[in-house]
Each structure stands twice: as C-alpha cells, then as structure tokens.
Design a protein around this ligand. Structure first.
Ligand SMILES: Nc1ncnc2c1ncn2[C@@H]1O[C@H](COP(=O)(O)OP(=O)(O)OP(=O)(O)O)[C@@H](O)[C@H]1O
Ligand SMILES: [Mg+2]
Length: 284
C-alpha cells in the first residue's frame, strides 16, 4: 500500500508515480482569486510536468492564468486544489532556489548594475564570500555580453541591456528553476532575437530547469523543448508540442518547413483557446 502524503518513509514526499521523476509536477490544479464580484476561477484542471534540465514554454490567451502559474511554481501562492510539487515535494511556500525575470526588469535605480545583480545573494542564504559573489556576477555579465557595465546605473542601459542584467540577477544565486514571464515581450524584434541567442548560450552554461511564459510562438519553439498551450480562462492544459532536438536553434531554422509546421499547429491551438470555452472543447 502507498504511504499517505507526509507519512512513513516518504515523510514530506508524495508518491506520485510518473510525477515523481519530474523536476516540476503540476497535477489537476484549480485556483480562483477573490474579487469584489465573487470568486474568479483562473485555473481549472491544469497539469504540467517539466523534467530536470528541461525548458518548457507556456503560451495561451491573454489573462488565462499564465502569471498565476508562475506564482504557484515559485511558491508565492498555493493552489485551492491540486498539487504543485518540485523534486517530488509539495510546494508550500516561497522557494529561494527559484530565479525569476519579468517583462519589466525592475532594476533598482540607486544601485549600480553590479549591486543590482548581487541583490539576491544578500537575501538568499549562501556560502559565497564577497569576492566570490563579485566573480559570479562578473561571469554572468560576460555570459550575456555586458562586461564593462558593472558600474553603470540601470537608466544608462538600453531596454535589452537591462533585460540582460535582470537575467544575471535571476541566475546569480544558481537557482535550480528559472521562471521567465514574458521577459522579451517589450523589446524590439532585433533585440529580442539577440536575447534568444543569448538565452541558448546561458542555458548551455547554467544548469537550470526553465519555464518561459510567452506570447511569441517563434520564441517558444526557438527556446523551449516543449510548448504547452493553455485554454482560455479558467485555464487547463489544452495541448502539448514536443520540439524535437533538431528544432530551431539558429534563427534561420525558424524558416524551415518543420518550424513552419510547428508554428501552424500552435497557431491553430491558440485560436481554439481564444475562441472556444474549455467545456466546448471537451465535447468537441
Ligand atoms: N491578485 C489577483 N486578484 C484578483 N484577480 C487577479 C489577481 N491576479 C490576477 N487576477 C486575474 O486573474 C486572471 C489571470 O491573471 P494572470 O495574470 O495569471 O493572467 P496571464 O495569463 O498572465 O495574463 P497576461 O497574458 O495578460 O499576462 C486575470 O483575469 C487577472 O485579471
Ligand atoms: Mg501574465
């Protein structure tokens, strides 16, 4: 017989079968917000697994609950119902080993770029001494092409450079999970594509499991090894696309027939998510 959650030799762990092997396991999650007009159901039966070292892109209609999902993974919220587990353990509160970057980099203007990047190391417990912290920050800055900008203030940097700095800040404490909530959404097309390539270089060097929220389908197949389409609100997992290892990793590969086919499939799924209520879909 299986041990009950939190009991026996599995104390603190959940016997989840397949989900046990996942880095991030989200199972049948339901969540509503309390609003003056009553509860607003946002997630209704969302299921998602991300393997260790995997990079999953989550796409779906505006307002369907994608940022809510990131809050659940980072432990800033717990769901009303269902399971959010990391390394087989239920997430019950904020985790310090998560790194996050958002559409608006929110760098502190009164701090230099170096001091902005070092901020998480001042908050998250770690064993790094001062010179090791600076070395780590310098290494990340060089990885994203920002060497030499350590002493600048955020306002002296372009939008793309600020986003690169925010990526360094998200990674400085070596998080095991990196959550990116539309980090490139506000950038112009050229800067965005530049950052996609930087992301690949970063991913090759830093061993994290990634969740990327995006509205850009090209970005999703360029960066992720799996793309999950959420239905309209209240969201559940509508469709999952595995991007083969041979998927686009150079910008020119986005124009191959294989990439075009993946994009057409995803576009079709987004149309379904935008125009059909989830209940209709089930009976279709
Ligand atoms: N704290 C909150 N209280 C009440 N309602 C909320 C709260 N946070 C989000 N919502 C509502 O929940 C729904 C889902 O919000 P969420 O931010 O998760 O969507 P999203 O998919 O990230 O949207 P977008 O694509 O615009 O970023 C929206 O209708 C939003 O207005
Ligand atoms: Mg959002």
């Amino acid at each position: 017989m299986m041990a009950a959650p939190g009991q026996g030799p599995w104390r603190g762990f959940f016997v989840l079968g397949v989900g046990m092997q996942s880095k991030i396991h989200i199972e049948d999650v339901h969540h509503s917000y309390t609003t003056p007009d009553g509860p607003l159901p946002v997630l209704a039966g969302l299921t998602l697994d991300v393997q260790e070292g995997g990079f999953v892109a989550v796409v779906g209609p505006s307002g369907c609950g994608k940022s809510t999902l990131t809050r659940l993974i980072s432990g800033l919220m717990v769901p009303d119902q269902g399971l959010v587990a990391i390394d087989g353990q239920r997430v019950k509160g904020p985790r310090s080993t998560v790194g996050m970057a958002f559409q608006n980099p929110v760098l502190l203007e009164w701090r230099t770029i170096m001091d902005n990047i070092l901020l998480p190391l001042e908050i998250v417990p770690n064993k790094l001494g001062k010179s090791e912290r600076i070395e780590r920050a310098r290494y990340l800055l060089s990885l994203v092409g920002l060497s030499g900008f350590e002493d600048k203030r955020p306002s002296e940097l372009s939008g793309g450079m600020r986003q690169r700095a925010s990526l360094c800040r998200a990674l400085v404490h070596s998080p095991d999970i990196l959550i990116l909530d539309e980090p490139f959404g506000a950038l112009d097309a050229f800067t965005r594509e530049d950052l996609w390539q930087t992301m690949h270089e970063v991913k090759d060097q830093e061993p994290f499991t990634g969740v990327l929220i995006t509205h850009d389908l090209r970005e999703s197949i360029f960066l992720a090894d799996q793309v999950v389409v959420l239905s309209g609100r209240p969201a559940k997992t509508q469709f999952t696309l595995d991007v083969p290892n041979t998927g686009p990793r150079d910008l020119e590969h986005l124009y191959t027939p294989e990439a075009s086919e993946m994009l057409a499939v995803l576009r079709h799924q987004i149309e379904i998510a935008q125009h059909r209520a989830p209940a209709e879909e089930e009976t279709a």
